[in-house]
Write a protein that binds this ligand. Sequence first.
Ligand code: AMP
Length: 170
Amino acid sequence: MTALADLVREIPDYPSPGIVFKDITPVLQSAQALADAVAALGEPFVGRVDVVAAIEARGFILGAPVAVALGAGFVPLRKAGKLPFDTLSEGYTLEYGTSELEVHVDALERGRRVLVVDDVLATGGTAAAAAQLVRRTGADLVGIAVLLEIAALRGRRQLEGVDVHALLAG
Ligand code: AMP
């Protein structure tokens, strides 16, 4: 996975001072890296997933091909106000302020085996909200797969008992 790691670009002070933004667009631009990343994200979960639930917005880019690779459906977890039908909503804390993730009320159901996908796990608030949304539908959370985990931010602490699969740590 060295090649993949080399394709995550660090942008200092973006989008605000002090933040080192992990830019995954070089991974997406490479046919081989994209294929490798999609295969590796789904690999531990082959045969165990009915639905991939991906987090807006960069999670969608990886989540949809992971769903296809796993023979699973796709469910978007979107920011507040973006989904057109009735929703369940889960608030969470960001570094500055709060935000909300939503899922359509009929998108998941009891017994569905769900893998959550996102690009980056940072403080873990977003992933924890996604996990909570999935659980509230009665579906089974199989795990969370991310391209990159910023290990120093200890996001896993908010994801106790969840199978977190990160391709890269940085
Ligand atoms: P968090 O809730 O702190 O784990 O933040 C995770 C979400 O914010 C993911 O959806 C990421 O896309 C985005 N994110 C947070 N920090 C970064 C970062 N340093 N570089 C890129 N994306 C980030």
